[in-house]
Design a protein around this ligand. Structure first.
Ligand code: FPP
Length: 242
């Protein structure tokens, strides 16, 4: 069985009728949004959180089952300490202010990435939020925190080491990734005009349609998401066939 067929069927696209089941977004451009306004970078991240709220709601309205957002990469620790501190503070406040709404809207929160690097109290807050929403069966909101695809694959390889090699196939790898049980990524969007994957969901996006948009993340809204979905609907997906 191939990775694309592992677990669950990906959306087909191509005929204008299918919408993606799983949309993943690299939220880029907060810093430039702030810089253009002569504001501190944290103002861009704050506005970025508003975009997270808007786009999460819009994705729900569009019937997207899984929305994955890249909030903090395993490389983001290299940013200046005050910016890392600002991002941690914003995440803490986001959970405190938005968890009730997410829970009441039947959203299931999941985290991908290695939480062991976070401050114990923030980690407990995040894990508490995941546990509180674990029984929800509406939209799944997946947040990448201290996430890097190569790190995830290394952790998966460690989890499989020692197993009979003959039993290791794509499904077995899938089952030990942070995204276990989620459908593969159908549509991967990166904002801000950068054209890189930056170590995001390299395994899970094997057959994803990729869309690079010029909008900076704080300016990305429901209409921009709708435009991305319309673009997806025009793509013909072959999954390696013809
Ligand atoms: C990229 O912009 C954005 C980030 C590194 C952080 C993204 C985080 C958020 C939107 C807030 C946290 C999210 C949640 C779900 C609570 P950049 O700073 O790299 O921008 P630049 O490339 O213009 O400098």
């Amino acid at each position: 069985m191939t990775a694309a067929s592992a677990n669950v069927k990906p959306a087909t696209g191509g005929d204008g009728s299918a919408s993606p089941r799983h949309v993943a977004i690299i939220m880029d451009g907060n810093g430039r949004w702030a810089q253009r306004r002569h504001l501190p970078r944290v103002a861009g991240h704050r506005k970025g959180i508003e975009a997270v709220r808007t786009v999460t709601r819009a994705a729900r309205a569009q019937g997207i089952e899984v929305l994955t957002l890249y909030a903090f990469s395993s490389e983001n620790w290299r940013r200046p300490a005050d910016e890392v501190g600002d991002l941690m503070g914003l995440m803490r406040r986001f959970i405190q202010s938005d968890l009730d709404d997410l829970a009441s809207e039947n959203v299931r929160l999941r985290i991908i990435g290695d939480l062991s690097a976070f401050a114990p109290d923030l980690r407990a807050l995040i894990e508490g939020a995941v546990a509180r929403t674990a029984g929800n069966d509406g939209q799944t909101l997946v947040v990448g925190l201290n996430y890097g695809s190569q790190d995830e694959i290394v952790r998966a390889a460690r989890a499989l080491a020692g197993r009979d090699p003959a039993t290791i196939d794509a499904d077995a790898v899938d089952a030990v990734l942070d995204t276990a049980g989620l459908p593969p990524v159908d549509l991967l969007i990166r904002t801000s005009g950068e054209r890189r994957l930056s170590n995001f969901l390299l395994w899970q996006a094997a057959y994803a349609e990729i869309l690079f948009v010029d909008a900076l993340w704080p300016d990305f809204d429901g209409a921009a998401l709708k435009a991305a979905l319309d673009d997806f609907a025009t793509r013909e997906r072959r999954f390696g066939g013809r």
